[in-house]
Design a protein around this ligand. Sequence first.
Ligand code: FMN
Length: 222
Amino acid sequence: MDDERRFQEALRSVRVWDTELPGFDPADVPEEPVALFHRWFADAVAAGVVEPSTMAVATADADGRPDVRTVILHDVDARGWHFASHAGSAKGRQLAARPEAALHFYWAGQGRQVRVRGRVVTGTPEEAYADLHARTTGALASALVSRQSEVLGSLDELERASAAAWERARQDPEAPAPSWTLYVVEPAEVEFFQGDQDRRHVRLRYRRPPQGDGWMRELLWP
Ligand SMILES: Cc1cc2nc3c(=O)[nH]c(=O)nc-3n(C[C@H](O)[C@H](O)[C@H](O)COP(=O)(O)O)c2cc1C
């Protein structure tokens, strides 16, 4: 069997939604999406979903070409969904030019997907500092290696820079990482998708109304 056939067989052997999944009653939801996200996140943690705080962040470059990568969710509050990264990275430069993003979570064991779209605002340097220094030594060491998305000459170069950053993070836990930036996605739309074995997936979208405050809720065809 050639490699491509083996790949196709492996692909077809994989099943999606072929397990018992939680129910979702869209009539029994809070009026705004943050509370529902908190509820679903607690469910994901309780169900043992692996790394439920990882999410995809999609941005667009100056030519409108999409880009996407995984980052760690740092908070979700009334302002929105928080994550952190280097201002000089590809995403940082894209967000500086075009401060809009889409976020994506998929919690496989539960057949749940959450999508968020909105404007991105940058936290203050003090907020970024506090956020970083509430995290692990590894997070600080990683933030201190500040050349994210630049071309790397060799793995030796990374080894040296990383060792120096770990050393500094251990010696000086208060060390600043000036390019490390907190981003907050202010939600304009948030969609909750509950997968279903019979493919009667339930999709509930919260949307800011064109005028006024609050949220509209609407079901979407799967
Ligand atoms: C599980 C996981 C978590 C990650 N978390 C972050 C993060 O919180 N912040 C970050 O800047 N990059 C994080 N990364 C690395 C990004 O995916 C990406 O490689 C990096 O940010 C450069 O992206 P860019 O070139 O689009 O700016 C993470 C990667 C993975 C796989």
